[in-house]
Write a protein that binds this ligand. Structure first.
Ligand SMILES: *Cc1c(COP(=O)(O)O)cnc(C)c1O
Length: 404
């Protein structure tokens, strides 16, 4: 096929013409997908090593999830929370059981789950802990990514995410990630919560030092502060356990979930916590028109059931070991460092060779789609349904682009 006949350049031009430029997508135009594979408008196939930032943990169009969505589309799609629908209770109960918590509060996007967590923690602080009116503060970590709302970007340390979006929401204290002493020192009598990612995904799959998460748990318990774990990207099987906190046997007071919860089909997020925390909300104090809708619940219930089998966590552990071994063998050959857990890896490329963006463009030419972050870092997070053969397909593609 000669280039002029390809549909890709035209489709890219149209996409750029009609949208705000708040993204810089790779120059591919996808039209269909199945499992770990994407197909573009010209019929080229790519191995998906981003998986929608872990929204596609179960791969594209997992048959169980698609069947649940189809069946629900034919019965009932939306009621609003003004009425109870028949998909609601099962979803909430099964997710609460997966999390080992009393209650869940369903929302749609990850940012909404974070906002919910912040609101609940503040209300808990005033009503249960007895913090003076208007004084509640929440301790967060440098390099965080919790979403894009005005409150959330207020405590971002990424200037692209934050600059020119003020005035900023007060009530947050930022401390270095992985530094328990700094976190402990930042807590005062008005601190209602510590909000952290157990692994910082957007920052480049940064794993905190061993003992950090148990330390955060201990300090939060001692100081009567809620430990909120943003497991929106790290949770639901990605790291080889149901939650990234599980690796160190840590149970936070609140889980924030999203991304994979919607099975790659609909946006579904949730907060899970015990009744002494989530119980502070009364009717009218928080909500969402689409949160917990029948379609979302039907799909997400099947997501929870897939996770309850443990199969995906096991796959992530076993195949993750294979992925990391393959990647570690490239250290010194264009790669400077490899981090991560399970089927999740952050790779630092030698910055004198090329940027992360350039590496991702070259990988795309070789049929592997991944996403760069912060200069010379690439993230790999393939769907958990990836096979050994497919895993082995990705790392060999890496040195070639790095070599130029
Ligand atoms: C993606 C993400 C969010 C925000 O989720 P959206 O659905 O994009 O609003 C929050 N926290 C973490 C850790 C994330 O990875």
């Amino acid at each position: 096929m000669i280039d002029d006949m390809l549909r890709t350049p035209e489709a890219i031009r149209d996409a750029e013409r009609w949208t705000a430029h708040n993204y810089h997508p790779l120059p591919v135009v996808i039209s269909s997908a199945e499992g770990c594979w994407l197909t573009d408008v010209d019929g080229r196939r790519y191995l998906d090593c981003l998986a929608g930032y872990s929204a596609l943990n179960f791969g594209h169009r997992h048959p169980t999830l698609i069947a649940a969505a189809h069946a629900q589309l034919d019965r009932l799609t939306l009621t609003s929370r003004a009425f109870i629908h028949d998909q609601f209770a099962d979803f909430c109960r099964e997710l609460a059981e997966l999390c080992g918590k009393d209650l869940v509060l369903p929302m749609n996007t990850g940012a909404e789950a974070v906002e919910t967590g912040i609101k609940v923690a503040r209300k808990w602080g005033y009503q249960v802990k007895g913090v003076a009116p208007g004084q509640a503060n929440i301790v967060v970590a440098e390099g965080n990514f919790h979403g894009r709302t005005t409150t959330i970007v207020s405590f971002s340390t990424d200037s692209d995410a934050r600059a020119d979006f003020g005035p900023y929401t007060p009530g947050f204290t930022v401390v270095p990630y992985g530094d328990l002493a700094a976190l402990t020192a930042a807590i005062d009598e008005n601190t209602v919560a510590v909000l952290i990612e157990p692994i910082q995904g957007e920052q480049g799959v940064v794993v905190p030092p061993e003992g950090y998460l148990p330390g955060v748990r201990r300090v939060c318990t001692e100081q009567n502060v809620l430990f909120i774990a943003d497991e929106i990207q790290s949770g639901l099987g990605r790291t080889g356990d149901t939650f990234a906190c599980d690796h160190e046997n840590v149970t936070p007071d609140m889980y924030l979930l999203g991304k994979a919860l919607g099975g790659g089909i609909v946006p579904v997020s949730a907060v899970a916590a015990n009744a002494d925390v989530l119980g502070v909300l009364r009717p009218g104090q928080h909500g969402s028109t689409f949160g917990g809708n029948p379609l979302a619940c039907a799909v997400a219930t099947e997501v929870v059931r897939l996770l309850a089998t443990g199969e995906f966590q096991r796959r992530s552990t076993e195949l993750g070991a294979r992925l990391h071994a393959g990647l570690r063998s490239l250290i010194g050959r264009g790669l400077v460092a490899v981090r991560g857990r399970g089927l999740w890896a952050g790779l630092d490329i030698d910055p004198t060779l090329m940027s992360g963006r350039e590496a991702c463009e070259r990988l795309a030419e070789r049929g592997v789609l991944a996403k760069d972050t912060h200069g010379a870092t690439i993230r790999l997070a393939p769907p958990l349904v990836i096979t050994e053969e497919e895993i082995d397909h990705a790392p060999p593609q890496l040195p070639a682009p790095l070599a130029g």
